[in-house]
Design a protein around this ligand. Sequence first.
Ligand SMILES: [Zn+2]
Length: 271
Amino acid sequence: MLVLRFLNVVAPAYFLCISLVTFALQLFLFIPSMLQDPSGATPLFSSALLHGVLFLFLSANALGNYILVIQNSPEDLGKSVDLARGADWLDGSHSSLDSAVPGTHFCRLCARVTQRHDHHCFFTGNCIGNRNMRNFIMFCLYTSLACLDSLVTGVAYISAVLSTSFANPLAFLTLLPRSISQFFSGALLGSEMFVILMLYLWLGIGLACAGFCCHQVLLIVRGQTRYQVRKGMAAQARPWKKNLEEVFGKRWLLGLLIPVLNVGSDYHRQK
Ligand SMILES: [Zn+2]
């Protein structure tokens, strides 16, 4: 439990640190390096400006949805149920209550019972349920896109600064061992080594978030939550369109472009 509580504090701090570093590298290193590019394009449509706008759009969506996930915690099913389940958890007999109220779950970290519980996300330090599920998926999607965008611009920056070509598919794989040996022999600056390490981190986070996002959408189409899968519960027999509408609501297209509250979903109408 102590480890989980520790993780609940460390993971959001880790996320915020990576975001700050990414922001700083993009704004003070990658975009200024693009401005020096003598491509001859008009300043209005220069690659630096277009890329700056794209990066701001991606990161505003990622951070906006991150805040909305935290703000829209799944509703607490009442203190009495909460306490009863809390006591049951301590007794170790929580499984009886889990079957009594299907889809609900008592999260020990958030100390509340959530309806249609999916999982506890350590990066947001919050439970993911029906209310913030769409914002959570958008957060994963835009974090993944912002990481992959940073990866592409980082690779462009490194290939320009170190005059290396990434035309060979193996060049990216051999970049890390080569640069580590160059760094220790003094041929590579500390800042360049840092950017190269960040490239691998962006690749890892980008792929992990994309995979997580795809898996989550697949579960929603099936009408299942991660919690139900873990517990081996059967999925609701419903058309997939209905399942999607329940999570994404009527304003799904608006929610895809800007971080907005999930108003208009089936869940909110029931409320
Ligand atoms: Zn939780």
